[in-house]
Design a protein around this ligand. Structure first.
Ligand code: BES
Ligand code: ZN
Length: 607
């Protein structure tokens, strides 16, 4: 019988680890980065807490080549075995632990075809003349470059020494940075974090100081524009501290990656990873930084214990993001962003199967990535806005702060959240509590009817013009387009539900040059319309976009729009064939599935 460790809540269906028997507490990495072989090689030393003295150590791996396992400090070999490979979860690594052994060192290499978490970019795929590497751990990809217990319920402190070729600077999601090119760069994280937050990037990188605790990192060609765009970072951190309590991670830096980065942003502690597609030149897309920063509270401080609790990370973070935007950029900007997000949610609710419309989604047997829809994000945030509406901002803010304090540096489940909500908010105000149906919000499909209404008066005029243009009845409306002085959010509202033919698109383009827009969000919606309307002048831009930008949120709707056209499948596949070598494995997985693409055998996902 296994002894149960009460610190570890429940079995995680996306990990082979059994932390209730043996739990990894500290990870120590020593790695060489080989940009010729596209491989990381070295050792990973794990410090263990053993609750069940007879139990083996079960780790997660995906594609790793394990050379040996040693008991530390004696350096005696220890028996190990890789189990059968599951296509989603990878391979369990079972390590037989000698009695009293509480440290093991694993000598290993990442897969020769490329680790799923790692994207190795050739110099041609970056802004400058040097190659680049970055990792993306969330949700279950860390196991493809580090053998560990890859479950968000398991928190570890960690340190690392990374050696890279001359001229390339490694950076990690760490509180402390040291070392040098000669001896290897060193990193340390003293707070316990879930494995998906261990991240590494390496390239020709430069730093621009924003404030005493904030800096922007990027390739030299990008760093100036990036630091200009993100100059409000310190104001955002200060706003967060005022709203949600102290920032507990020391530094807050942002690394702007090459355009193939598969997400908008990733909240790696102390060092948010961000796509360069937020660099619009006018700060109109910086809500994404507010979002990743907010994860320093919701997600990194209080973490989802399993991926079915993902809404605790993202719903809270979208809510916090909206509060930061209101605080720093004003209530009207926040209202516009909320209205846009609710529209997105309404749209996605039309296509998602009922089971996937639930906040507390059952993801057992599936890739946790499948849970990354508007539901955890926008329905999650709507639930919190509903609570704010019922209990009042002052009371709800106090609840939030107490929640972050109570569960700081812990991983929790939805039922732990519900119990805390009951105890710290609902039970305090029974009359008000009677007006919120918590199980309806958390456990049932659809959007509850009491979801707070979100609208901005700045969109009224936009809707009028859009309806006129869509119905093509009003020539005056088209002419009026000439005088429009809309901000990014208004353009996004306009384009989101626009119905146009190629002639009208040409008229809009003449006045507003959307085909050459430097705003990636606007451009993406415009290209979607262009595909549907067969608006030929935008096609070269589409092709260029698809082979340079790897952000999945943009790629998916564009390929879907291609699929809906005549000969869509061939067109989409022709584009994809060219673009696929530029995408990270998480985008490749989604798009292979969407397009029914069968990779030629023997080829990895990289290059
Ligand atoms: N943590 C997520 C990204 C993520 C989620 C990666 C699940 C892998 C699995 C990040 O904080 C995020 O939500 N990014 C969004 C931007 C945000 C403004 C909604 C994105 O990348 O689009
Ligand atoms: Zn997020």
């Amino acid at each position: 019988m296994q002894k149960h460790n009460p610190d570890v809540p429940q079995r995680d269906p996306h990990s082979f680890s059994q932390p209730s028997a043996v739990c990894v507490q500290h990870v120590s990495l020593d790695l060489d980065l080989d940009f010729d072989q596209l491989q990381a090689r070295g050792t990973c030393t794990l410090s263990l807490r053993r609750t069940d003295p007879s139990a083996p150590l079960w780790l997660d791996t995906e594609g790793l080549l394990i050379d040996s396992v040693m008991a530390v400090p004696m350096d005696t070999p220890v028996p190990f075995e890789l189990g059968p490979r599951d296509p989603t979860l990878g391979q369990p690594l079972r390590i037989e632990l000698p009695s009293a052994c509480d440290r093991v060192r694993i000598v290993y290499r990442t897969a020769a075809s490329g680790a799923a978490a790692m994207q190795w970019l050739s110099s041609a795929q970056t802004s400058g003349d040097q190659p680049f590497l970055f990792t993306q751990g969330q949700a279950i990809l860390t196991r493809s470059w580090i053998p560990l217990q890859d479950s968000p319920a398991v928190r570890v402190t960690w340190d690392a020494r990374i050696r890279a070729p001359k001229g390339l600077r490694p950076l990690m999601s760490a509180e402390e940075r040291g070392g040098d090119a000669a001896t290897g760069y060193t990193f340390a994280m003293r707070h316990p974090v879930p494995s998906y937050l261990i991240a590494l990037a390496c390239g020709k990188l430069e730093e621009r100081i924003i404030s005493a605790r904030c800096a922007v990192w990027a390739e030299p060609e990008v760093v100036e524009a990036a630091s200009k765009e993100l100059e409000d970072m310190e104001r955002m951190v200060a706003a967060c501290e005022q709203l949600f309590g102290p920032y507990r991670w020391g530094r807050y830096d942002v690394l702007v990656l090459p355009a193939s980065f598969p997400f908008g942003g990733m909240e790696n502690p102390c060092l948010t990873f961000a796509t360069p597609t937020i660099l619009a030149g006018d700060k109109s897309l910086v809500a994404l930084i507010a979002h990743e920063l907010a994860h320093s509270w919701s997600g990194n401080l209080v973490t989802n214990a399993t991926w079915r609790d993902f809404w605790l990370n993202e719903g809270f973070t979208v809510y916090l993001e909206q509060r930061i935007m209101e605080h720093v950029y004003g209530v009207e900007r926040a209202k516009m962003e909320i209205a846009l997000s609710m529209r997105q949610l309404a749209q996605e609710l039309r296509t998602l199967p009922p089971g996937d419309q639930v906040l507390h989604i059952d993801l057992a047997g599936r890739n946790p990535d499948d849970g990354m829809t508007s539901i955890p994000y926008d329905k999650g945030a709507a639930f919190l806005r509903r609570l704010e509406q019922v209990f009042g901002r002052q009371r709800f803010d106090a609840f939030l702060r107490a929640y972050f304090d109570r569960y700081a540096f812990q991983s929790i489940t939805t039922s732990q959240f519900s119990e805390w909500l009951q105890h710290d908010l609902l039970d305090q105000e029974p009359k008000l509590a009677a007006t919120v149906d918590v199980p309806l919000w958390i456990e049932t499909p659809g959007l509850p009817a009491d979801a707070p209404f979100a609208e901005s008066t700045a969109f009224l005029a936009v809707d009028v013009v859009r309806e006129a243009v869509s119905s093509q009845k009003s020539a005056a409306a088209l002419l009026a387009l000439g005088d429009l002085d809309w901000n990014t959010q208004q353009w996004l509202r306009f384009l989101a539900d626009l119905r146009v033919d190629a002639a009208v698109m040409a008229a809009i383009d003449t006045r507003h040059r959307l085909t050459t827009s430097g705003n990636s969000e606007v451009l993406c919606l415009w290209l979607e319309l262009a595909i549907a309307a067969d608006y030929a002048p935008a096609m070269p831009r589409l092709e260029q976009f698809l082979v340079t930008v790897g952000r999945r949120k943009f790629l998916k709707p564009l390929y879907e729009a291609l699929l809906r056209t005549a000969n869509g499948k061939e067109r989409a596949l022709a584009m994809y064939q060219k673009a696929r070598p530029h995408y990270h494995a998480v985008a490749v997985r989604t798009l292979d599935e969407l397009l029914g693409y069968a990779a030629p055998t023997g080829s990895g996902t990289q290059r």
